[in-house]
Write a protein of this length. Structure first.
Length: 256
């Protein structure tokens, strides 16, 4: 673990929700189902790539689900590696040979249990669903995770990601062999550029936990997300700014 308290590390983390799938287009609860991007989702991501995601990050992480891996491949054209086993996987990325991104299991979407792959119309009249709605989403999903369990797991994934960044900074090595050394010299105050391609639920879980805000305040559509700046201060990460990205109504907040 990083213990040079005289240094200040800053990480500029871009959180991107994966592109649209068929289930997303039908407003279904999509958690554990490993569904790929739809044709519409691919087209919309290609449009957003030109406008919002033209600069590839130095450090790139994703959920293991196909929809996230495909989004990362489409936006940044890199090869996936599984953390912690670092297992090589086949991919179609060819434009940046030697580049890679890393998969973190704990960043998977919430387990929706009995609601999985159903939408509100199909759940209409379901007493368990009505109780969950009346609780403002605080009750556990029947047969799935509670919000508390999901946030805890998501933060474990966040901690794994950030520990990996700190470890590589401490060793003065990068995820790629060609990592720019400027990002790894923490005492120069440079922000380490990181992107995490995850799920809407994961973004809500991590950002509500880091900011102390309300869970549903951080909802984003497919292909949208947040740009955040975090500082490593006295042994923990503190979020100092947050900007919504990937949409026309982007706005920035500076947090203390």
């Amino acid at each position: 673990m990083w213990n040079r308290t005289e240094d200040k590390i800053k990480a500029k983390i871009t959180w991107i929700r994966h592109g649209m799938t068929q289930a997303n287009g039908e407003h279904r609860y999509l958690g554990k189902t490993d569904e790929p991007l739809s044709e519409t989702g691919i087209r919309l991501l290609q449009e957003k790539k030109k406008e919002y995601f033209s600069s590839p990050p130095e450090f790139l992480y994703t959920s293991p689900m196909k929809r996230c891996v495909q989004t990362a491949e489409l936006l940044f054209e890199r090869n996936p590696i599984l953390i912690p086993e670092w297992k090589e996987m086949e991919t179609a990325g060819i434009l940046f040979p030697g580049k890679s991104f890393h998969i973190i299991e704990e960043l998977s979407e919430c387990d929706f249990g009995e609601f999985e792959n159903k939408n509100y119309k199909e759940l209409s009249g379901n007493q368990d669903y009505q109780r969950w709605i009346d609780s403002n989403g605080t009750l556990p999903f029947p047969g799935g995770e509670s919000r508390e369990q999901f946030i805890l797991r998501s933060m474990e994934g966040f901690d794994r990601m950030m520990s990996d960044i700190l470890k590589r900074s401490e060793r003065n090595t990068g995820i790629q062999n060609d990592t720019d050394p400027q990002y790894l010299k923490s005492n120069c105050g440079t922000e380490i550029p990181v992107t995490a391609v995850v799920h809407g639920g994961t973004i809500m879980a991590v950002l509500s936990s880091l900011t102390g805000g309300e869970y549903f305040d951080f909802q984003v559509k497919n292909g949208e997300g947040y740009e955040t700046v975090l500082e490593w201060i006295q042994g923990s990460w503190k979020i100092t700014s947050l900007t919504k990205i990937g949409c026309e109504d982007s706005k920035s907040e500076h947090l203390q």
